[in-house]
Structures are given as C-alpha cells and as structure tokens.
Design a protein around this ligand. Sequence first.
Ligand code: ADP
Length: 255
Amino acid sequence: EERMRRGLPTKRKISGVKHVIAVASGKGGVGKSTLAVNLALAIASFRQSVGILDADIFGPSIPRLMNLKGEPKIHEGDNFLIPLINFGIKTMSMGFLVEEDSPIVMKALQQLLHQVYWDAIDFLVIDMPPGTGDTQLTISQQVILDGVVIVSTPQDIALIDARKGTNMFKKVDVPILGMVQNMSLFVCPNCQHKTHIFGKDGVIKTSQEMGIDYLGDIPLDANICELSDVGKPIVVTKPDSFNSECYKEIAKKVM
Ligand code: ADP
C-alpha cells in the first residue's frame, strides 16, 4: 500500500517459493555466481528445499556451475517451466532457454520470474546480473525479495560499485541482508603463509560505513575455482572443508 501511494509498481510473490534471496555484485568476476551456488547448497545442507534462479541473463554461468544442460520440460496445465535438478537443487537459467544475444531475452526474463514451476521450495537463491542495470531494477520492482546479499572483493574499485549496487537496492525497498567479502585471504597451500592479496578488510569497512551487516569472508582458494569449473561446487564436493564452513556460516545468517 505504501508503494502504491508513492506511485511505485506493486511487487508479487514468486509462486511456490517461501523465501527469496538475491545475490548481487557491483562488478563482474568478484565471485557472485560461485557464492549463489554454494550458498544455495549450504542452505540445502540445513534440510531446506532450495532452488536457484539464474537471472544473469546476458552471461548465465549457473548451468556450468551446476553441471546442468538441456531444455526444461513444460508443466501441464499452467505451461510453467520445470526446473532442472542437480545436487538436489532445482535450477532455472536463461542458459536453458535462449541463445545469449537473442532479442527475446527480456521476454524470457518475465518467464523466469513468473512462470517457473518451483513446486513448494523453502528458499530460492537468485543470481543477479552484475551492476545496476535494467534487469536488476525489473526484478526488484516486480517480485518480492526477502533481501539481497552483496558480494565484493576488498579492492577499492570493486567496493565503489558494490556501494552503488547497495544504494540501488535500498532505493527500490529491497532489504539488504549484508555484504560478503570474497577472495581477501590467500593461504599458501605449501607453506600456509597468509596473504591478503586485495586488502584485508575493505568489505568490512564499507559495510560498517553503510550501516549494513557484514556476513563473512570466503578465502581465495584454487579448490573453489577448479571445482567450479568442472561443475562440482565445493559445498557438495568437500562439505567439511574450511571453505564450505564459510559458506554455511553465511547461509545461517541469511536463512
Ligand atoms: P561473478 O559471478 O561475480 O562474475 P564468478 O562466481 O563467476 O564471478 O567467479 C569468477 C571467477 O573467480 C571464477 O573462475 C570462480 O571460479 C573464481 N572464484 C570465485 N570465488 C572464488 C574464491 N573464493 N576462490 C577462488 N576462486 C574463486
């Protein structure tokens, strides 16, 4: 009602989903999709039913990260798209629907938001596109998000854009769940020496300055990268590793 009074579009619930968490970043390449996948798996490890919606429509990487490909089947009756499943996670991606540069991309976004047969899941994790473009705005204004997690590396250049992203979500009344710092700490696999390659606490400081929660840190680890590349996310492949614990700690805070 408050939004209607202010002349803003009304938001709808995504059908079949209890809670929706978006994962966003100011820049590409900071680990957003990797976080989205491992966060979804971490939430699922707490006995929740979970889905992932890949809304990174111009560069969908969820199919590769989840080791999924193919065309979704159509649910009888409502013609909704049926998600593909791996590791117990229902997954829907633009990558399953159209060629990346196709002009029907924006139409497909509507389908992804409103016509997926999630069929009663507890959590949906949305992998947003990087930055503050039209897609992010469309999603924020059309569907009810429980909140957004902003991921950044601790470099100034990434943090500047992470701030912009955070401010955009605030403007469209999306609750900010907090910030995740990715790839700050590197532990040498040979000598265990710890290095903060891109700085130590950039994201911690930024979240403090912006008055939002700091959700935790994911170290820079070749394991995460290698396993991602072959579609075996670390949270399912090495569930007891330190890195997996990091993702689970973040999951606990956003659930
Ligand atoms: P984005 O979605 O922000 O573009 P990705 O999740 O695709 O970023 O990650 C970019 C690259 O960095 C990928 O090769 C990924 O495997 C790697 N990566 C992400 N997080 C980590 C990490 N904590 N340690 C090592 N590599 C990582």
